[in-house]
Design a protein around this ligand. Structure first.
Ligand SMILES: C[S@@+](CC[C@H](N)C(=O)[O-])C[C@H]1O[C@@H](n2cnc3c(N)ncnc32)[C@H](O)[C@@H]1O
Length: 197
């Protein structure tokens, strides 16, 4: 039997993140989630945002877990995972048309810097004017860690060949023409960045 993957961090952060999403996504209709991971966020958010079509996505090895989480949820607006690997070496587009919102949590520090840059560019070029991008995770400010635990986390990430914690200013450069309209301090030394095109 396949065991559903579980992230304790998702259990801890889903309610604070939801409180922001329910405020900033009121006018959105079709959302692409990049790097859905276990699928726990989508399974929690989508039933509470029934006006919003929530499309999960991730690299194929995550799909079984996402599908297992989605199976337990009754929500017509929650959609099966799309295959998406952000690839900085080959040109590709996002696997969904006509979306007006994007959500991505804890992805830029896992991706290589060039992949994180490509994700920001793809989101920026694919969203329509007025589109919203909600991005959650640990970020640095002006080249500085926001806590000692984030510094230790970054060292751990790099030891595992992940790209590491990105600086918000770097994301601002990469995300042009998106504008960073909110930088919300979240529990556990994280931020929720709200971008608008
Ligand atoms: C730390 S997990 C976060 C999962 C979930 N969003 C959460 O907050 O728990 C990072 C996710 O990013 C995905 N990811 C990493 N590199 C990626 C890439 N190049 N393209 C697309 N997804 C990627 C991984 O498969 C993984 O699901």
């Amino acid at each position: 039997m396949f065991d559903k993957p579980f992230s304790q961090a998702c259990e801890n952060n889903k309610q604070p993140i939801f409180e922001v999403l329910t405020r900033v996504l009121t006018n959105s209709q079709r959302l692409l989630e990049i790097g859905s991971g276990t699928g726990q966020h989508a399974a929690f958010f989508a039933p509470q945002l029934p006006y919003l079509q929530w499309h999960t996505s991730d690299m194929p090895d995550k799909h079984l877990g996402i599908k297992a989480w989605l199976k337990g949820v009754r929500a017509d607006n929650l959609h099966q995972p799309l295959s998406l690997t952000i690839d900085a070496k080959h040109s590709h587009s996002l696997p969904l048309a006509n979306f007006d919102a994007v959500y991505s949590a804890n992805t830029t520090h896992i991706m290589q810097p060039a992949e994180a840059q490509r994700m920001m560019q793809l989101v920026a070029e694919s969203l329509p004017t007025g589109g919203v991008f909600c991005q959650y995770g640990p970020f640095n400010i002006d080249g500085q860690y926001t806590s000692a635990s984030n510094k230790a986390f970054d060292q751990h990430l790099k030891a595992q060949n992940c790209g590491g914690i990105r600086d918000i200013e770097e994301l601002v450069q990469w995300a042009s023409p998106l504008t960073l309209i909110e930088k919300i301090v979240m529990p556990a030394n994280n931020f929720l960045l709200v971008w608008k095109k």
